[in-house]
Write a protein that binds this ligand. Structure first.
Ligand code: KG4
Ligand code: ZN
Length: 341
């Protein structure tokens, strides 16, 4: 099957071409710089930028893959969840192209696609479903933090999610308190490499609670109070690095502890992680070390597939269509608040 996939749920415009589980092209245009001055994604600007970039990005993906619309079997797009007007750009364009070219159309759940991005690997990147194992999947990004039990391919159950801020949001808000540019997560990660994670102690919210939910807003608040009481720390580079390392340690500790506890309880023997925060070096190291100790298989999304991308939409769409999923009607609407099916 030749499939074109489109993703515009937040601030990345992406198009991919997938053939038989192989990612032939995955073009991503990020809007990070556009939103930096505002300290967060501005929906109106994101939508305009998707409108501007979607056609060039799609043309580039088709060109890289040596593919034409005529040779496609199906077109897929993210249907939700995400920013309503941003979703509409990719979803409605994909629907219109599929309708006019007489192709099958499939709307895809963004988080369901994240569940399968850790299984994309190798060169050229391909879905490695031959080694798929039932797993506990951590999805951790700027908008979401959730644990999912993936019982089999295309069969999953949401275990828990954040009750307030997402982990990426917590990274970004703490980085902002320190004065780092948006999005602060990657910069905080860089500074944390030079810091002592035990220099300061921050709370690990909900770490001992007997459920799979998360909460990160209290941690951000405790960093705010800490800085109010120790303002001079921001004048000292080592102090900033120690603060970054200590705050990062608290976030990573909660994510790893709760993920591993769920994996043990469900006896899955495999853990996966995807979403932008999966780029964090400490999270990758701590998950690797915990999985080694427990004899668990670990599949981390490759850095290029951690953040939002159309390849994961295409990989899932192809798998679903092969499994007999019904096409999405041409008059279907986007689902901005779509819960994980
Ligand atoms: O998945 P993503 O690109 O977008 C969505 O939120 O959907 O994730 C972006 C988030 C941002 O909050 C960003 O700061 C965070 O992922 N992030 C990181 C790192 N790289 C990206 N957080 C911590 N350490 C990193 N290395
Ligand atoms: Zn995402």
């Amino acid at each position: 099957m030749n499939l074109l996939a489109i993703e515009t749920s937040c601030d990345e415009t992406s198009a991919a071409v997938v053939t038989e589980g192989r990612v032939r092209a995955n073009v991503v245009s990020s809007q990070i710089k556009l939103h930096a001055d505002y300290g967060g994604v501005v929906p109106e600007l994101a939508t305009r930028e998707h409108l501007r970039n979607l056609m060039p990005v799609t043309q580039a993906a088709l060109q890289v893959a040596g593919m034409t619309i005529e040779r496609l079997d199906a077109i897929a797009a993210t249907q939700g969840p995400g920013l309503p007007s941003a979703l509409m750009v990719g979803f409605k364009v994909a629907q219109a192209v599929a309708f006019s070219a007489g192709k099958i159309f499939l709307g895809v759940h963004h988080h369901e696609a994240h569940l399968y991005s850790p299984w994309i690997g190798g060169e050229p990147p391909s879905a490695d479903f031959a080694v798929f194992k039932p797993c506990v999947a951590l999805i951790v990004s700027g908008g979401h933090t959730m644990l999912v039990h993936v019982k089999a391919e295309l069969e999953h159950r949401l275990l828990g999610s954040t009750v307030d801020d997402a982990a990426g949001e917590c990274f970004d808000k703490i980085a902002k308190l320190i004065g780092l540019p948006y999005p602060g997560g990657p910069e905080l990660d860089r500074l944390a490499r030079e810091g002592n994670p035990r220099a300061f102690h921050f709370p690990r919210p909900m770490i001992n609670e007997n459920n799979d939910n998360f909460s990160f807003s209290g941690l951000k608040t405790s960093v705010r109070y800490f800085l109010r009481d120790h303002p001079a720390l921001l004048n000292d580079r080592q102090g900033i690095c120690d603060l970054c390392a200590s705050a990062q340690a608290a976030i990573v500790d909660v994510l790893v502890t709760k993920t591993m506890r769920a994996a043990r309880r469900l006896r899955v023997g495999c853990v996966t992680a995807s979403g932008g925060v999966t780029c964090n070096h400490s999270l990758r190291e701590q998950l690797a070390s915990a999985c080694r100790k427990e004899g668990c298989v670990l599949r981390l999304a490759a850095p290029g597939f951690c953040t939002d991308n159309a390849a994961m939409i295409g990989i899932l769409a192809e798998r679903k269509l092969e499994a007999g999923a019904a096409p999405t009607p041409f008059d279907a609407e986007v689902k901005p608040g779509w819960p994980l099916p």
